[in-house]
Design a protein around this ligand. Sequence first.
Ligand code: UD1
Length: 420
Amino acid sequence: MDEIHVIGGNCLKGSITVQGSKNTVLPIMAASLLQREICVLRGCPRILDVCYMEEILHILGVVTWWKGHDLYLDCSKVCGREIASEYTGRMRCSVILLGALLGRNQRGVIGYPGGCVIGKRPIDLHLYALKSLGAIISEKNGKIQADCKKLKGQEINFPDRSVGATEQALLAAVLAEGETVLRNCAREPEITWLCRFLQKMGARIFHEKEGCIRVQGVTSLYGTEMLIPADRIVTGTYLCAAAASRGSVTVENAPEGEMEAFLEVYRKMGGQYEWKSGKLIANGAGIQFSVPFLETEAYPGFPTDLQSPLLAVLTTVPGISRIRENIFENRFKICSELTKMGAHIEVRGSEVKICGSRLKGCRLRAEELRGGAALVIAALAADGESVIEGVPFIRRGYEDICRDLRYLQAEIYMEDILSV
Ligand code: UD1
């Protein structure tokens, strides 16, 4: 069992190349099921969620192999249609395999999706999209079964915006008969990357106006390759880590144009940044202003996935800050851990009030991915040593957070407590 040890107080400084995007690569891995050749995903992050998705693809008959950070997916012999809940329960994103299986095999049976314990996270919008395209859905014995003779293009007007449900609808629509028009789609960059990948496989997808995507069904798709873009959430996490220590960081391959809402808050806090030849150069030495009010929103608003990392920074900034979480209701679970470090935080429903103070190192437990990264950030700013348990949650989305932060001169290491 691993623990992360952090000796707080170092001012972070240095440059870093961030891993490929988790939320981009997972739906793309699912999308590869729609073709019967080989896809190559270059710059794929070697994180636990990618391993979990790879294991699911193996069950369905996909043969995979790695060359460095390039993941090869041979989908020529896919015959499986069913995925047990012990696999789907590991991550929420497994639900979009239903759309891919319907597109490929006209049938998919999956256990309920799992994922981080950050809220209710229903799947009604996913099922609405699939039913609209003609799938018959039944739910029994803890499984969701979807069948169709042939999916048929349709107008789908999402009542609410959902990243996963938009991806689900895209995966199901590309091989459906006729035209599908998706309205009120999510606008996150990951949707655009998925569309690009599907287009490279031969799908006919057109971005109409903002939030509206038109898909003309085709009869087959082919293998392709794509470079997975840098992870905007990991980039933001490392900017927060440097900010918490009032240090600086250069991100060599930051995803330009995808981080505006975060960078606006960074600047308001007193941070400075500039883009130079594709690099993001950020200096947090001047961070000193609290954030009177911030709320998480769908893209292009402030991302819910960076709310916990930012909250960790704000516990160190003098004055009162307030955050409202609008997307996932249980994101404030880390507040009790931060309080152990001496943070002054009051949680009221979906809002949190933070009064900046000094933090002291202690033993902490991560219970979900971004909250876990936030604990690491707080530990970097704290006096003394912190030990963070629950490392597998962090590994779901960070390839090697200790290695990356050591590049920035943090004193941080992983210890396997069973082997000492
Ligand atoms: C994706 C990201 C996650 C990010 C989130 C919001 C992946 C693998 N995960 O999650 O990191 O935090 O987008 O940017 O890409 N909802 C429903 N019914 C549904 C689906 C969603 O009510 O059928 C609700 C959710 O509970 C949530 C909101 O819609 O309150 C947004 O969720 P959604 O955009 O679907 O997030 P995910 O795709 O699960």
